[in-house]
Design a protein around this ligand. Structure first.
Ligand code: UDP
Length: 468
């Protein structure tokens, strides 16, 4: 007998990619006695090509259904990214229901389990209608998950906005979070969008279980807190780090990046990328270019079209920009012997796994951090939005395998600061110490994923509860 799992990811490559990692892992551990259907919500006007490339490379037990695009044109231009994601999910619910009606017509295709990511809980009602067990797969860290569980509690406790507090925020099992690093969902204004988030976070106590893309080796305190805290009702399964296994076809540029890395010494190249959607302003982009140049280090930089909004690329992971038009005059020529700039979707996992890569300047998306740890690459944290600042705190204060750029009073990270951080990571004593720590973490997560490792055992425990 096979189990059939439906996976309903919310928009964003940072959600889809780890869910495909989960699918691969389940297929592997259950010896393929499982069928998986990805049911993908889409928004009008954004391309589905990046998702398609990833899904097309999945094994045959995995199929995908793209739901009809929802229209978000009624939203104000400045609507928060989370609002857009959540609305895409809620407006796709009728289509999700219809898809489940069709799947359940054939008893062999009836899903017994629905897995959603952090924005998926509004679909639990539908799962209930179809008598399907619901799980959350947390694409965020265990530390972020602990804070999410506390949002409804804080909302009740504080009549005023939590943002007025000056003390660092303290949560069980987690390092203190400076107020300036707390995400909007924690300290957001008490407005309609925040209310909707609070309502959704209350639903975190409804699913049968929560799978977390992390491991007890990485975040022991946060997992213990969730096990012991009365505020966390579902069973929590640390199952990670699950990262993309990198089997889809390489683009020409992706292939070129890896060939370029082959030419450089072991551990000598700094990889620079702000994830699937992170963008810098033109001024900040110039500072980064000069900082990289001043550092004299080898680098591979994934560049995106400049934008004043830090998450401008989120809904369109596709990236077409001519670096010549946006980089300082003569930059590409001056760095041509030791720097490569690419403007397309880069094979990040392969780059981080390449022996020449010795550091990663990252926006601190949780997947990027995990991919770096799995490959033992130390990091410079340059967080932009959402949970990224909190992840940067986790990275520097808890995991101890990254340093963080300082933002100047003008809101920019200056070229000298960038140069200093890069030199310190790539050739300084701090970088050396972090590499020692990173080796331990890398070994720890490899153990977690080994045959009897903590994350393997935990996912198998969850799998035992699947209805076959
Ligand atoms: N990614 C990639 N190539 C790119 C940009 C991003 O493969 O050019 C992948 C990256 O490896 C990671 C995901 O996209 O798996 C980004 O997720 P993350 O949580 O790091 O950040 P987000 O994009 O969600 O902000």
């Amino acid at each position: 007998m096979e189990a059939h799992i439906a996976i309903f990811p919310s928009p964003g490559m940072g959600h889809l990619i780890p869910l495909t990692g989960l699918a691969h892992r389940l297929l592997h551990l259950l010896h393929r006695r499982v069928f998986i259907t990805f049911i993908i919500p889409t928004t009008a006007g954004s391309s589905i090509k990046p998702q398609n490339d990833i899904l097309n490379a999945m094994p045959e037990n995995v199929s995908s259904i793209f739901l009809p695009p929802v229209d978000l044109n009624d939203l104000p231009q400045d609507a928060a990214m989370e609002t857009r994601i959540l609305l895409t999910v809620t407006r796709s619910l009728p289509a999700l229901r219809q898809t489940l009606v069709e799947l359940t017509r054939d008893s062999t295709k009836r899903p017994s389990t629905l897995v959603v990511d952090i924005f998926g809980p509004p679909s639990f009602e539908i799962a209930k209608e179809f008598d399907i067990s619901a799980y959350i797969f947390s694409t965020v860290s265990a530390m972020t998950l602990v804070t999410i569980f506390h949002v409804p509690l804080l909302d009740q406790m504080y009549a005023y906005e939590y943002r007025d507090l000056t003390e660092p925020l303290r949560f069980p099992g987690c390092v203190p979070i400076p107020r300036t690093d707390a995400p909007e969902s924690l300290i957001g204004k008490k407005n309609k969008a925040q209310k909707e988030k609070v309502e959704m976070f209350k639903m975190y106590n409804l699913p049968k279980g929560i799978l977390v893309n992390s491991s007890v080796e990485l975040e022991p305190g946060a997992f213990k807190a969730m096990e012991e805290g009365e505020w966390c009702k579902p069973d929590v399964f640390p199952v990670g780090p699950l990262i993309r296994t990198g089997s889809e076809q390489q683009t020409h540029d992706g292939f070129e990046c890896l060939k370029w890395l082959d030419k450089h010494p072991v551990g000598s190249v700094l990889f620079v990328s702000f994830g699937s959607g992170g963008t810098l302003s033109q001024k900040q982009l110039n500072e980064l270019a000069f900082g990289l140049e001043q550092s004299g280090q080898r680098f591979l930089w994934v560049i995106k079209c400049p934008n004043e909004k830090a998450n401008a690329g989120y809904f369109s992971a596709e990236n077409h920009v001519d670096p010549f038009t946006i980089l300082p005059d003569g930059f590409l020529d001056r760095v041509k012997d030791h720097g490569l700039v690419v403007s397309t979707w880069a094979p990040q996992v392969e780059i981080l796994g390449h022996g020449s890569t010795g550091g990663f300047l990252t926006h601190c998306g949780w997947n990027s951090i995990l991919e770096s740890i799995v490959n033992g690459v130390v990091m410079i944290a340059w967080p932009l939005f959402a949970d990224q600042k909190m992840n940067a705190v986790n990275l520097t204060d808890s995991l101890g395998v990254g340093c963080r750029v300082k933002v100047g009073e003008n809101g920019l990270v200056a070229r000298d600061e960038i140069e200093k951080c890069i030199r310190s990571l790539m050739e300084g004593e701090d970088g050396r110490k972090m590499r020692v720590k990173m080796e331990q973490l890398k070994e720890g997560v490899a153990m977690a994923l080994s045959q009897d490792g903590s994350s393997t055992t935990s996912l198998l425990d969850m799998a035992k509860k699947l209805d076959f």
